[in-house]
Ligand binder design. Structure first.
Ligand SMILES: NC(=O)c1ccc[n+]([C@@H]2O[C@H](COP(=O)([O-])OP(=O)(O)OC[C@H]3O[C@@H](n4cnc5c(N)ncnc54)[C@H](O)[C@@H]3O)[C@@H](O)[C@H]2O)c1
Length: 449
């Protein structure tokens, strides 16, 4: 793209956190003039320098490029909404009391947008919200000044479905789901995304169907991981390799696809999967249903950190070593491999349980800043993997970062204590690596292997 922004369409992104910044940087790269709006002054300051503290592969370069080209900026003022052709809302929707969605950011952002709404604008919400939010909560707020949705302006919901660590690639390739407050809004939103990203767009009949589709996706993922985790626990007890079992099970064609059991692991974290199933449960209650699947998925996955810590304890005990006083090297505290995001990371629970039992824990995560690590645990954080592994009785992988996966096994065996336990909480090691570890005198254990 050239550096001229003259004649380009203007986009205001309300809520310039993780999702807002990823989308904003990509759209700036696609030639739009993007202004991120966020009440946190540090966002404006960082972006002004062409920088971002959000860890996402490729994001820093895109931000620097967009700012240098004059197509990307951030501000604390909502006035950019007035000049925008398209307004995207990407504020947070955290878990509130009784597992209800906390809608405070959606409401305050919508009030601000409403005051500056102009004829002809397209307003799209991307934050994960309960069905009915766009039509029943947002539309009346935006129409307060007399403009009508579907006539004077267009209002739609387009769920954000990208996954951290692959956000840029996925934003540019995933099909986009849109549901307008009226058919005219659906068409306007679909046209925008087709033109902006040249991707497949699914036009749903209502905004609430689009809102529900996002919750259905995340309930499916959380429940599927819970299924994998319970299969893994059973395989642990019965002495089978759950990965082998799952791989074989997944070859069965079912419906239009195959069985697709996901990977068992030391817990589910992050901003979305830890809350969205609860939103579904809360919705069920509001409609007189006692839905069981969100409770099952959340309780199974929330139990995995304790399960992981108990596995370390039991494996050490089987070889005559006590967890109390044992040196445990934790590799990775990010909730997801190859990201630095520690929001709601299950690693915190595992580390806490190990330390409660008297383990001497040391943490290494090259992707996570010291400040973010502090929010997870006050166990010592070491920068060098060698230092973490030196003298370890147990090495516990809680994030499958590339640095860990490619670390030479002989070096690991040399640094850790003879006969040390390697517990892979992320199914990171290949069969070959596991065999090599065993040959070198290390003991290997996974979740379900
Ligand atoms: N993180 C993900 O991987 C992901 C994936 C899909 C969907 N989502 C959904 O997208 C939404 C945003 O998630 P996120 O991870 O970017 O959250 P985030 O907390 O990183 O970003 C939200 C931003 O909104 C800002 N904000 C708060 N109130 C505001 C207001 N009134 N006006 C303007 N800005 C305001 C905050 O300061 C923050 O920077 C959530 O609903 C989430 O469920 C997230």
């Amino acid at each position: 793209m050239g550096s001229s922004s003259e004649g380009s369409r203007r986009i205001a992104i309300v809520g310039f956190g993780y999702i807002g910044t990823c989308i904003g940087a990509v759209l700036a790269d696609r030639g739009f003039v993007v202004t991120g709006i966020d009440p946190r002054p540090e966002v404006e300051q960082e972006i002004a320098k062409g920088a971002t503290s959000i860890h996402e592969p490729g994001l820093k370069d895109l931000v620097a490029k967009g700012v240098a080209a004059g197509r990307l900026k951030a501000t604390t003022s909502y006035d950019a909404v007035r000049e925008a052709d398209v307004v995207l809302v990407t504020v947070g929707t955290p878990l509130g009391a009784d597992h209800a969605p906390d809608m405070a950011q959606i409401l305050s952002a919508s009030e601000q947008v409403a005051k500056r709404l102009r004829r002809g604008q397209l307003v799209m919400y991307k934050s994960t919200v309960p069905p009915g939010t766009t039509e029943d909560v947002v539309r009346p707020l935006l129409e307060k000044q007399g403009l009508r949705s579907g006539v004077d302006f267009f209002l739609a919901f387009c769920p954000e479905r990208l996954a951290e660590g692959r956000a840029i690639v996925e934003f540019l390739s995933l099909p986009i789901v849109v549901g307008g407050a009226e058919p005219e809004s659906t068409r306007a939103a679909a046209e925008f995304w087709r033109e902006a990203l040249d991707v497949r767009v699914l036009e749903l009949s209502t905004a609430r169907a689009a809102e529900m589709s996002k919750l259905a996706d995340n309930l499916f993922i959380d429940l599927n991981v819970a299924l994998a985790n319970e299969i893994a626990m059973l395989c642990d007890r019965m002495g089978m390799d759950a990965m082998e079992v799952i791989e074989a099970a997944n070859t069965l064609p079912k419906g239009t696809h195959h069985v697709n059991i996901l990977v068992p692991g030391a817990g589910v974290g992050g901003y979305c999967l830890t809350k969205d199933p609860w939103f579904v449960h809360w919705l069920g209650q509001r409609h007189g249903l006692d839905l069981r699947t969100p409770v099952a998925s959340r309780s199974v996955n929330d139990g995995m950190p304790a399960y992981t810590a108990a596995a370390v304890r039991d494996e050490l005990a089987q070889h005559g070593r006590a967890l109390k006083g044992a040196r445990v090297a934790i590799l990775g505290i990010a909730f997801k491999s190859n990201t630095g995001d520690v929001r709601f990371t299950p690693a915190g629970g595992t580390i806490h349980a190990l330390r409660q039992a008297g383990a001497d824990v040391v943490v290494c995560d090259p992707w996570v800043s010291a400040r973010d690590a502090k929010a997870v645990t006050d166990a010592p954080l070491v920068a060098s993997l060698d230092d973490a592994l030196r003298g370890a009785d147990a090495v516990v992988v809680l994030a499958g970062h590339t640095e860990f996966r490619t670390f030479p096994t002989p070096r690991l065996a040399e640094l850790a204590k003879p006969g040390a336990l390697v517990l892979d909480g992320r199914a990171m090691y290949t069969k070959l690596q596991i065999a090599e570890m065993r040959k070198l005198g290390l003991r290997f254990r996974g979740i379900g292997r």
